[in-house]
Structures are given as C-alpha cells and as structure tokens.
Design a protein around this ligand. Structure first.
Ligand code: NAD
Length: 283
C-alpha cells in the first residue's frame, strides 16, 4: 500500500463560496497547501481578490477571486463561466457563505414576567425580514451554488460537496432562531443530497464547526469595552471540554479529509469540529 496522503487533491479545482471570510480563508489555505486550484466566490470581490492574491503568492498555486452572490442564480452562473475559463472544470464545491445577523437575534434568552411589557426584545419583536435574510443566506445560499457548481461533477461522475453547518444545527443556542433553523436544514439537505447523488459519484458531507470568534459573533461573545468574554462567551467556553474557542486552522484537517479520496466511502455525514462541545452534557 502507498503511504496515505492528500496527493489526490493536487490540481483539483475547488469553488468555495464565502471563501474570503475568516473560516473560509483558513480552508482555502489548507487546500492551497496541497496544490489545489481555488476560486473564492464571494459577494465581496475586493476581499476575495486580496485573499486570493495573498494565498496564491504564499503557496504558489492558482487562487482567484470571483464575484458571486449565493442567493442569485444568474450571478452564480456567470461565476461558473469565469471559473471554467480561468481554472477549468470544477471538481469540488465548499459551501462556506453563511452567518447570523443582529436583525435575526433576540435581545433576551428567555421571556420572563419582566419582559412582558417589552416584547420587542423577544421572539415577538423579530422583524421577519431579518429572519428571512439569515435563513436564506444559510440554506438557499447552500442549495443554489450546489445546483450551479456541481454540473461538471455530474458530467464526470465524480466530485465532492462540503457544506458548512454549525453546532446550532443539533441544539439551537438561545437568541438565534433563524440561524439555528437554517443550519439544521443544511444538515438535513446534506443527508438528502448525499443519497440523491450517491450513484453518480458525488459525495456530500458537512462540517459543523464549534465556536470560533469571528466578525459575526464577536458582539455576542465578547464584551466590547473590556475585551473579556461576555457571560455568553464564558458559557460557551465552560461548555467546551477543551476549555477554549477554536482557531480557524482547526478546521483544516477535517476539510482536507472530507475532500480527499481518503474518505471515499464517506457520504452524508456532518463532522463536528468543536473541542468536544457536542459530546458534553453540561455536567
Ligand atoms: P465570515 O463573515 O468571516 O465569512 C463569510 C463570507 O461570506 C464573507 O466573505 C462574506 O462576504 C461572504 N458572503 C456573505 N453573504 C454572501 C452572499 N450572499 N454571497 C456570497 N458570499 C457571501 O464568516 P465565518 O465566521 O468565516 O463563517 C463561515 C461559515 O462558517 C458560515 O457558514 C458560518 O455560518 C459558519 N460557522 C461559523 C462559526 C463561527 O464560530 N464563526 C461557527 C459555526 C459555523
């Protein structure tokens, strides 16, 4: 038997949506480190170009930024055309775009009697537009890119899709109902699509990251004035057996494992990368 490695990934073309973000760019680095060619498809073209140029220079492989809105099919189709022209056929898709927003976040965790005269801080005060936006970004924003970016894989009867879920998909955290429901849908869709595509050689899996401090959740887990953990941030650390937040690099091993042929008989699973959070009952 040959020594196992990620060598099969060298030269493979991957599209990663949201790849200009904090977690996405760590995944791009992992892919570049094994010689993959990567298109960072992001709504923020300027950052995508910047991240792509930095990673291409560091790892001496093709990394390009491409403008794409995961909620807009024509924009994804244009992106695919550009990627096919610049990098060739697409072998791998990582659905990384996603996130929460303050507009879909309740101010209080639970309604108590004290809140009955200020329901605007609760579920009853959430603007449905905020709910729709977050649900769409995470769920439809996984579904649409998969429709567009996997057609080369279908033709070649070979490919891999990797979705990015969250701990919220198993048990919802307080305050963020739209994000939690959307990520639960991502897990369900991962299973559904893995079955649908199993006979045409396309594997579909997901990673459920635990807790990482990023732009989107800093307002919830840190006290902006003191720089210490907020009570919520402290609760997360206390419920993570390893006693810390993750670093974006902690996602790199699981990413390469699920993309590579090393996991060739694995499809339809969601892998937690969470310092033990999902294994812990809290006591
Ligand atoms: P981030 O905000 O740093 O990156 C998200 C990227 O998506 C950005 O580059 C943004 O420009 C892009 N994007 C946003 N809307 C888009 C759209 N409509 N079309 C195309 N691109 C769009 O976020 P992150 O923290 O790196 O999160 C990446 C993924 O990981 C998300 O799916 C998030 O839900 C998930 N996640 C994050 C954590 C965490 O602790 N941060 C935990 C679990 C899961």
């Amino acid at each position: 038997m040959k020594a196992m490695s990620f060598e099969d990934l060298r030269g493979k073309v991957c599209v990663i949506t949201g790849g200009a973000g904090v977690l996405g760019s760590a995944m791009v680095k992992a892919m570049a480190s094994v010689g993959m060619k990567i298109a960072i498809a992001d709504i923020n073209k300027e950052t995508a170009d910047k991240v792509a140029a930095e990673i291409a220079a560091e790892y001496h492989t093709d990394v390009i930024g491409v403008e794409a809105n995961v909620l807009d099919k024509p924009s994804l189709e244009n992106a695919k055309k550009e990627i096919n022209e610049k990098l060739g056929e697409i072998h791998i898709l990582v659905n990384g775009a996603g996130g929460n927003s303050p507009q879909a976040t309740t101010k209080v965790e639970q309604i108590t009697e004290n809140d009955l005269d200020k329901l605007e801080d609760t579920f009853y005060g959430l603007a449905i537009e905020g709910f729709d936006k977050v649900y769409a970004l995470n769920f439809k924003g996984t579904l649409l890119p998969t429709m567009v970016f996997t057609t080369d894989m279908l033709k070649n009867k070979k490919g891999v899709v990797l979705n990015i879920s969250s701990m919220n998909s198993y048990k919802p955290l307080t305050k963020i109902p739209a994000y939690s429901a959307a990520k639960a849908s991502v897990n369900n869709f991962t299973e559904w699509l893995s079955v649908h595509l199993a006979k045409v050689g396309i594997r579909v899996n997901a990673i459920a990251p635990g807790f990482f401090i990023t732009h989107q959740n800093r307002f919830l887990v840190m006290d902006e004035k003191t720089g210490n953990y907020s009570p919520r941030g402290q609760k997360i650390v206390d419920n993570t057996p390893m006693g810390k937040f993750g670093q974006p690099e902690d996602l790199q091993g699981a990413t390469l494992f699920l993309l590579s042929e090393i996991s060739s008989f694995i499809t339809g699973i969601v892998v937690p990368v969470d310092g033990g959070y999902s294994a812990f009952g809290g006591v």
